[in-house]
Design a protein around this ligand. Structure first.
Ligand SMILES: [Zn+2]
Length: 274
């Protein structure tokens, strides 16, 4: 990041903090940029073709930015790297979703996990090495130097224990665990930000979650997979309705990349530290 961008960001943060009313008897609202009531993170996992063909063009049409969590071994990273680089150039985030998407193979819904990608058969050190190498590859793809992670399948335990905690020094933020709307920004753990995984939702379902975040004054995290196709899909019309709503209410909802949002949250943490 250049000094001027950093200075601008700190200036915006100072302005946001100064506009927050201080009352002894009520918690002050969280100081999102430009007086926004809540933040919205639109994230897309697994580097699917419909991200490049449907989601990114829709986001661009509405002037919104999303976070695309690449599995670096996914087909599109090999066959459509120029398209991913173009998305990064227009301001979308290419996030870390590991090299091989290691998940536990245990459980009825995990028959798709190949033995070579079975998290239970790996050590935590091995998975950490995989994820930090994915940061290096993302840097090689788009030049980024700060990273966020979505933990594959939300599974944090390798065969010999937790692998996620040790990754905190390498990440600005980590999406992990279930829960669409953050209950309280001031107690949020940036390394375990809960997400909703919509499947087959309507536009009204998605917009209702955004409005709930507005009432809470916090943030809502959507982790999409396919958009109008591919696996765990949300219909293209539902996604479009959500984007149209967010574009029409930019003054209320700060839709930005998770990387930008976690930089902001980190800076608020630092400003509040004694
Ligand atoms: Zn995934």
């Amino acid at each position: 990041m250049t000094m001027s961008r950093r200075a601008m960001r700190l200036g915006l943060l100072a302005a946001a903090l100064s506009t927050v009313a201080v009352a002894d008897d009520a918690p002050s609202p969280y100081p999102w940029p430009n007086g926004a009531r809540a933040a919205v993170s639109l994230a897309y996992d697994d580097a699917l073709p419909t991200h490049l063909d449907t989601a990114i063009p829709a986001l661009d049409r509405h002037g919104l930015r999303g976070s695309f969590y690449l599995v670096l071994s996914a087909d599109t990273v090999r066959t459509r790297l120029a398209d991913w680089r173009a998305a990064a150039r227009t301001g979308h985030e290419l996030g870390n979703h590991s090299l091989f998407h290691a998940c536990s193979a245990r459980g009825a819904d995990r028959s798709w996990v190949a033995p070579a990608q079975d998290l239970d058969a790996m050590t935590a050190a091995r998975v950490q090495a995989e994820v930090t190498l994915a940061n290096t590859m993302l840097h090689a793809i788009d030049g980024s130097t700060e990273f966020t992670l979505t933990v594959p399948c939300g599974d944090r335990n390798a065969g010999d224990g937790d692998y996620v905690a040790g990754l905190a020094p390498h990440m600005l933020g980590i999406k992990l665990g279930a829960g669409a709307v953050v209950p309280d920004m001031r107690t949020l753990d940036r390394y375990a930000v809960p997400v909703a995984v919509p499947v087959g939702s309507t536009g009204a379902d998605l917009i209702a979650l955004v409005e709930a975040a507005g009432r809470q004054g916090t943030m809502v995290n959507f982790t999409f997979h396919g958009i109008g196709g591919d696996h765990l899909a949300v219909p293209g019309e539902a996604h479009e309705a959500l984007l149209a709503y967010l574009a029409a209410h930019r003054d209320i909802y700060w839709t930005a990349t998770f990387r930008e949002q976690m930089r902001w949250v980190r800076d608020v943490e630092r400003a509040a530290a004694p």
